[in-house]
Design a protein around this ligand. Sequence first.
Ligand SMILES: *Cc1c(COP(=O)(O)O)cnc(C)c1O
Length: 472
Amino acid sequence: MTTEEFKKHAHEFVDWMAEYFESVEEYPVKAQVKPGEIYRKLQAEAPGEPESMEQIFDDFKQYILPGMTHWQSPNFFAYFPANNSYPSVLAEMLTATLGAQCMIWETSPAAAELEERVMNWLKQMLGLPGSFEGVIQDTASTASLTALITARERASGMQINKRGFSANEKYRIYCSMETHSSIEKAVKIAGLGSNSLVKIAVDKDFRMNPGLLEKAIIEDIDNGYNPLSVIATLGTTGTTAIDPLEKIADISSRYKLWLHVDAALAGSALLLPEFRWMIKGIEGVDSFVFNPHKWLFTNFDCSAYFVKDPGLLIKSLEILPEYLKTKSRGKVNDYRDWGIPLGRRFRALKLWFVIRNFGVSGLQEKLRSHLRLTAKLQKMINESGDFEIMAPVPLNTICFRYHPAGEDNPELLDSLNEKLLQDINDSGKAYFTHTRLNGSFVIRFVIGQTNVSEKHVINAWNLIQGTIKRFN
Ligand SMILES: *Cc1c(COP(=O)(O)O)cnc(C)c1O
């Protein structure tokens, strides 16, 4: 491809991108395809001869687009969002163009220093302690794994890195029953073994019960175990429950546990001073992660990981083969030592674009608008009579179910709600996902999409009610 051709296609693509954003809500939100359908349509063998960009782009539109779920649709209320925004997409274009591999300072000093700067911005924006230092990771899963490895190395005096596990460590890690599955995965990968993970029961609001946490720790110590770490969640994936951080921090400091906070979604809400109560006790926290790629309008992937003691993090993960030795080492941040992969994408740029172009007040206004919509919908569900809200709503997520008066058979309620969810998702007009709370099937309504407005929420609520009418 020549430079002239590249320019021509790039301009066409930008036109298509703008049109896509303008019309994204007209696509079926959840891809309406069957397993294997796309695969069968794709050429069985890689082309031997060059194909034109026109042909490739046509195939993108014909074969790929129908198999995409439209995460940027304002009718996407499923999972948690992975939202983007215009400034973020513009930055991603530049990042792709520069194509830099930002593993160490010398491989792109601007990437390292911009990362340091935007992580400091985020720290201030969220109200995290000044002594914390941040680094961008790909995902919260990786950040939590990093936390557990550092916890392990602190406890073993850097010995497990060296000699591996012996039979007598007997570590214990604590989290709640509502903790994200990435924690169990991290426990496995860090070599701690999933049997070492103790899941503490939650209270009626799905928050970790700190009394039961302390009881479990005491029992474990009595039985010869070695309590290592506790993971507190701000904004659980099921219901966005907020674990009581201050009490958990107090217990962690008394028993000298590594306290890791998983605030993947809820971290963004800390931009709002009225949510800072969630991090009361943060001085006792060793590590903290949240995902700008969830609810901060920054393209996936971008996860912000903060630690109290970066020296310990680096000591746990650093490597220094001859070919990576540089003169600048020690004077600058070589972020390859702050995480698991050596190679690093230039992720700070999109965050810089987003924070500058929205401004802190613009970001706050977006988040508040989502929270206002959530409160409004919550009121409508409460007033509807035939629906019930199944968990507290501290943030932007409502767990609810259809529950017609007089119908109390749990299996029937589950199957009615499963059918409701399926019918709506099959309509392509909105997309929801579910969870189970105290055994009951509930639908999650998450309002975090960049461009979601009142119209979309009301339409989705009308769609739910209309779908129910057709059941009867
Ligand atoms: C989404 C989520 C995660 C996983 O995030 P990734 O960045 O995809 O790894 C972890 N914890 C919580 C609470 C989440 O909501």
